[in-house]
Design a protein around this ligand. Structure first.
Ligand code: M6R
Length: 609
């Protein structure tokens, strides 16, 4: 979490840093700040409100300078107040400060370092682990900021991406990474550093991606990169064809709304590359790797974990390969029995989720090298660490709530299912054609969900004033109930719980009262008759029922609300129910007036454990 950016230029960098912060705000928005060298002194403006407020303060204070660093924070050490906001300075008084730093990550040995630095006279103004770094760099500083950073890094444990500068070397910024992303943006007479290339797209299309333990020394006309041993290295420049208008809201009120409505377009884009089912869709090494695997282990967090849960149903029923799914943060701390013939599938929108990345490394350490990542960011750490990757091509997802990335993950996982099934001779030509037809019908079916928006809006208005909601689903639709509940929690701040409908009588039924709304996912599948019995069990206990279904065979009963979905694309029906919940939670959040795109306490990219 946290977004960092730095710029060294021959022109004023303040407007560029501010603009970049807007693009990084998705990484955390507890506080923000900027530091600039002006007239030989370090100047800093910080705030606990949004970037727009910071921008006003910058204008009011007429802050300009040719090098600077800026930060948007997701608090870990120290509450989100002004003293804990970055940049942090080191010097014995802030007026006299000579070092400024912005940091993303966690310094694990900050307590002992803080103690030692205090003993030799450093005074701390914040509770952050970052201020420890500032003082340590100051301690080692002897006229060369690069050397001071290199020495500091020898003494710290943990994860970091940092950008540092010193007032004595005003046109130089040093960056370093270990476990948190950092990209260099190459400009003309100016160079940049940022947590994400999106922050720099308005200024450059040329990037160099730093890897763990690398350090960069930037001036307006020079970029020097060093490895762990301090040896200068050459790295590839990558040109990214991203437009700077990728995160324009257009006609939409919120990014979440925009991103929900982009889904048919994204699926059409993915479909373009699929003429037939073949393993090379997952990389040229995929045929060899897929051939020898005998099981699948899927790892992810949050929504990405739920898409993995759905994939388990698909892979086991269509490809007949034993599949397990685990929350990434749990897997890495658990004793497991590694099998080198397992295909490890890592799912992540951002490709930077710390828990997921660590789980990947853990699986590798256990000797499981067949790693496929399903990821939305081609240049991310997770893709970088994987043998195979499939890029979901959902485009930049700004809203904290995953929507289009969930759908494109499911698309990719269904494709993987078909590839594995075909390779293991468990897919007839006829079945392959039928599944391909299902995939091709998806964009239109998604649009048919959008055509129900008025009805979904009415439901949203109704649920907006509820305190608790229960969501029930069975089989492959149970993870959709979990995902729907996550959306209600995340953007509506409504307590929502998901259960398998069959499990109600084993405990949760005790929670049902006259006014407990229950949303039931009722697809037309082999469990529908069982589900109808579950519904009766709840109804006689006076539960308030709301049923989402594609079946025409429900008796429309008094006191039960129905939302009828017209198309389902057979096995892909979880995608359509998932999108229905995205819209429903979104509409409820609109009526509740919450911060939909930036819900309280959350951040888009969770780069700390
Ligand atoms: O970037 P990732 O897919 O690895 O993120 C994992 C979760 O943090 C993420 O899916 C989160 O649960 C979503 N914001 C939920 O909408």
């Amino acid at each position: 979490m946290c977004g960092i950016v730095g710029a060294v230029s021959l022109r004023d960098v303040t407007p560029m840093l501010t603009e970049s912060l807007y693009h990084l705000e998705y990484r955390g928005y507890d506080s923000c700040g900027i530091a600039i060298i002006k007239n030989g002194e370090l100047h800093r403006i910080r705030g606990t409100k949004r970037i727009s407020e910071l921008q006003k303060k910058i204008q009011k204070n007429n802050l300009h300078g040719i090098s600077g660093i800026a930060h948007t924070r997701w608090a870990t050490h120290g509450s989100p107040n002004i003293n804990n906001a970055h940049p942090h300075f080191s010097g014995f008084s802030s007026k006299n400060a000579s070092i400024a730093i912005v940091h993303n990550g966690i310094i694990e040995n900050h307590e002992v370092l803080r103690k030692n630095l205090s003993k030799i006279g450093y005074r701390f103004k914040s509770q952050t682990d970052t201020e420890v770094l500032a003082h340590l760099i100051n301690y080692f500083y002897n006229g060369d900021i690069l050397k001071a950073v290199q020495q500091t890094i020898q003494h710290i444990k943990g994860k970091y991406a940092i950008a540092v500068f010193c007032k004595k070397e005003p046109n130089r910024i040093v960056g370093a990474r270990n476990g948190s992303p950092l990209v260099i943006g190459i400009g003309k007479n100016e160079n940049f550093l940022a947590s994400d290339n999106v922050a720099l797209i308005p200024f450059t299309k040329k990037f160099i991606y730093l890897e763990d333990t690398e350090i960069v020394d930037l001036t307006p006309n020079n970029i020097s990169i060093f490895n762990t041993n301090g040896i200068k290295i050459n790295k590839k420049i990558q040109i990214e064809a991203i437009n700077s208008d990728v995160n324009e809201l257009g006609i939409h009120q919120h990014y979440m709304e925009k991103e929900i409505f982009e889904q048919p377009k994204i699926i059409r884009r993915l479909l373009k590359n699929i003429k037939s089912i073949h393993p090379e869709l997952f990389g040229y090494q995929a045929p060899n790797i897929f051939e020898k695997i005998d099981s699948v282990l899927i790892l992810g967090c949050g929504t990405s974990y739920y898409s993995g849960m759905i994939a388990k149903y698909w892979i086991e029923s269509i490809a007949k390969i034993v599949t397990s799914v685990e929350i990434a943060s749990e897997y890495r701390y658990r004793d497991t029995i590694p099998n080198p013939n397992t295909l490890i599938v890592i799912i992540s929108q951002s490709g930077e989720t710390a828990d997921t990345l660590s789980a990947l490394k853990h699986a590798k350490d256990l000797g499981m090298k067949n790693i496929l990542s399903i990821c939305n960011v081609a240049t991310s750490s997770i893709v970088n660490a994987s043998m195979l990757s499939y890029i979901t091509q959902a485009g930049l997802e700004v809203s904290v709530a995953s929507t289009k990335s969930f759908t494109s993950q499911l698309f990719s996982l269904f494709l993987l299912t078909l590839v594995l099934a075909k390779l293991k001779n468990r897919l007839t030509k006829n079945q392959e054609n039928l599944f391909l037809t299902d995939l091709k019908c998806l964009p239109k079916s998604i649009e048919s969900i959008f055509s129900m928006r008025k009805d979904i809006e009415k439901w949203g208005r109704y649920f907006a004033c509820k305190k608790n909601i229960f969501l029930l689903g069975r089989g492959v639709h149970y993870p959709i109930a979990l995902e729907g509940a996550l959306k209600f929690k995340e953007i509506c701040y409504i307590h929502a719980e998901a259960f398998q409908s069959s499990e109600m009588k084993h405990g949760p039924l005790a929670l049902i009262t006259k006014n407990t709304p229950i949303i039931i996912i009722a697809p037309k599948d082999k469990l529908i008759e069982k589900l109808k019995s579950n519904i009766q069990e709840i109804k006689v206990r006076a539960g308030e029922l709301h049923i989402i279904t594609d079946s025409n065979n429900f008796n429309i009963q008094k006191n039960i609300n129905f939302l009828k979905i017209s198309e389902t694309c057979n096995s892909l029906s979880p995608i359509l129910y998932g999108i229905t919940f995205q819209l429903l939670a979104y509409q409820a959040a609109v009526f509740r007036g919450t911060h939909i795109d930036k819900p309280r306490n959350l951040a888009k990219s969770v780069t700390v454990e």
